[in-house]
Design a protein around this ligand. Structure first.
Ligand code: C5P
Length: 222
């Protein structure tokens, strides 16, 4: 039983990896499992929120009561998020978005030859930063997966992307983070920070949402 502290709130989330096509059979992606984002979606729904989950390709069941929108590429994810953003007061960017896409996707399968080949890549839009600069702006939370100097990079990202909160994790350990069932987060906002020690992703999701609810209530009372 979860206290319904998010009743009346509408949360938009991204989760999982994005996939960038090279040709009809190949793509560029990453190891994100989507577990953290799906755990947040489930916990948010359990806490009474109305939840929309924009998910890249993952192998996970949709949590009960969650509105799931499936996408493949970063561009698709951005379009789905921007189509939904005005209906939500909280945005959580949990997806491991591909930072680059292939400059020119081949129409047909690329044939191998005896020589080496090069792939030209172009920068993808930043979904989180796009949401954070949108009006009206939802309470915006980002994630930062880092392998070193976690706090410094996370604080930098909080300011640079104009976020309300950032949840940083150290992905240099294989027991935590990306594909694992456990994670630990360092949560940072303008006026404070809190360490959420290693635990299963469902417990962590609940703790993160409690921090978000607390901050939103403080902002409301200001
Ligand atoms: O800059 P970096 O990729 O480390 O930032 C991570 C955060 O930004 C995550 O919350 C991720 O979901 C979001 N992001 C995004 N669009 C991108 C790249 C990252 O929304 N193109």
């Amino acid at each position: 039983f979860a206290p319904k502290i998010l009743t009346g709130y509408s949360i938009l989330l991204t989760a999982g990896p994005t996939r960038e096509a090279i040709d009809p059979v190949r793509y560029i992606s990453n190891h994100s499992s989507g577990k953290m984002g799906f755990a947040i979606a489930k916990a948010a729904a359990d806490m009474g929120a109305n939840v929309s989950l924009v998910s890249g390709p993952v192998n996970l069941a949709t949590p009960a009561g969650v509105n799931r929108i499936d996408v493949t590429s970063t561009k698709d994810m951005l379009d789905a998020v921007m189509a939904e953003v005005d209906n939500h007061s909280i945005f959580i960017g949990c997806a491991a978005v591909a930072d680059y896409r292939v400059a020119k996707v081949a129409d047909e399968k690329i044939k191998k030859s005896s020589s080496d080949m090069q792939l030209a890549l172009v920068r993808n839009p930043d979904i989180l930063a796009t949401v954070a600069s949108h009006t009206p702006r939802p309470f915006t939370i980002g994630f930062a997966a880092e392998t070193q100097d976690v706090e410094r990079y996370a604080k930098d990202k909080l300011v640079r992307k104009n976020l309300d909160m950032i949840a940083a994790n150290d992905v240099s350990s294989s027991e935590l983070g990306f594909n694992a069932d456990s994670n630990a987060l360092k949560v940072i906002w303008a006026k404070g920070q809190q360490d959420l020690p290693a635990t299963d992703k469902h417990t962590l999701a609940k703790q993160l949402l409690e921090l978000i609810a607390e901050q939103i209530h403080i902002l409301k009372d200001d």
